[in-house]
Design a protein around this ligand. Structure first.
Ligand SMILES: C[S@@+](CC[C@H](N)C(=O)[O-])C[C@H]1O[C@@H](n2cnc3c(N)ncnc32)[C@H](O)[C@@H]1O
Length: 325
């Protein structure tokens, strides 16, 4: 294996990460590369699956508590910027946006996502559905956007991260993410973040392993992207989706497992990848939490929990946090 480092053509971050991940032992790829036009559409299908309780739980929390949630965002009615990291199609966010608009709050909605397709779709949809709202979409990766966040707004900020997106980061990386968020926050700024909670392990496994194969197709979309964007020849039928959940650590993990010994050529990266039979590529983590873990993460990051909202089954919680002074 070798990656095309000596060549003049500059490789995108995606290309570099593909090289690193597929040259490592064990192999890995980041779930942030699931999302393009196809991946976004597959994720929308996942959100509609009966097994994928996360979206329904957060949707119910917002439907039941919309008024209390938006009141907590801007108690003094001084106006604020609502910055959402990893916004996706914004389906649940729209409940809050409607409530904010209906109650005449002064706010600008700033969705950020790594997927250009997601941001374009969301901004267009909001311009049509809620034309009265000021929307400024941005394409970017969380950590890179956080570097810019300081300068993005001089008004009060409410930063939202929904869908338990933080669960894609192992605790050490999640703490770095929260610390960066803290650095970007002023004294009165708020963080509104969804954390999927520990529950019956089977319910968690089922959420990432639907019988119709939508989740498998979503997981394999990273290979489809590598085929398309780097002229590679992954045979999708020769890889299978595999999910695990460890109730001790609260970590669900997705893998793509090679069904046979095979070699894949990624021409544009000058990379040849050899797979042994049943060798895995780790593609995603979906961390599950409880109050103690969220409190620990907050403490480690210089944040404190002010309040939280949950659904009737306590499957999911949205916490409101602020900077510890
Ligand atoms: C699991 S979806 C959730 C979408 C939305 N928050 C929701 O709750 O429905 C994750 C979203 O975050 C985006 N995303 C994933 N990793 C990202 C990263 N590292 N930086 C920016 N956006 C990211 C994806 O493109 C996708 O739209």
């Amino acid at each position: 294996m070798n990656c095309k480092e000596d060549q003049k053509v500059s490789i995108s971050t995606f290309g570099k990460e593909v090289c690193q991940g597929l040259s490592a032992a064990p192999k890995y790829l980041s779930s942030k590369y699931f999302y393009d036009q196809i991946g976004d559409a597959l994720f929308q299908k996942i959100m509609a699956l009966p097994e994928y309780y996360l979206t329904r739980a957060e949707y119910d929390i917002f439907k039941t508590n919309a008024s209390a949630i938006v009141q907590s965002f801007d108690k003094n009615q001084e106006g604020f910027d609502l910055i959402e990291l990893g916004a996706g199609d914004g389906k649940k966010t729209k409940i809050l946006l409607h409530e904010l608009q209906h109650s005449h709050y002064d706010f600008t909605y700033m969705p950020v996502d790594i997927s250009q397709n997601a941001i374009d779709g969301l901004v267009e949809n909001l311009n049509q559905e809620m034309p009265g709202i000021a929307v400024k979409g941005q394409i970017g990766e969380y950590f890179e956007v956080l570097d810019r966040l300081h300068h993005m707004s001089d008004r009060k900020k409410v930063i939202m991260v929904l869908g338990s997106n933080i669960g894609n980061l192992l605790h050490a990386r999640a703490i770095q993410f929260l610390q960066k968020l803290r650095q970007a926050m002023h004294e009165d700024d708020l963080l509104f973040m969804g954390f999927d909670q520990k529950k019956h392990p089977q319910k968690i496994l089922d959420a990432y392993n639907d019988p119709t194969g939508v989740t498998a197709a979503f997981n394999k979309n990273v290979l489809t992207r590598i085929n398309k964007e780097f002229n590679a020849n992954f045979d999708l039928d020769q890889f299978m989706h595999w999910e695990t959940y460890d109730p001790e650590t609260g970590t669900a993990k997705s893998y793509l497992v090679s069904k046979k010994e095979q070699t894949v050529h990624i021409h544009d990266l000058s990379l040849q990848v050899n797979f042994k039979s049943w060798e895995s590529i780790h593609t995603e983590i979906s961390q599950k939490y409880d109050d103690d873990i969220v409190e620990w993460l907050a403490e480690e990051s210089g944040l404190q929990i002010l309040d939280f909202f949950t659904d009737k089954d306590s499957d999911y919680k949205n916490y409101i946090m602020t900077k510890t002074i």
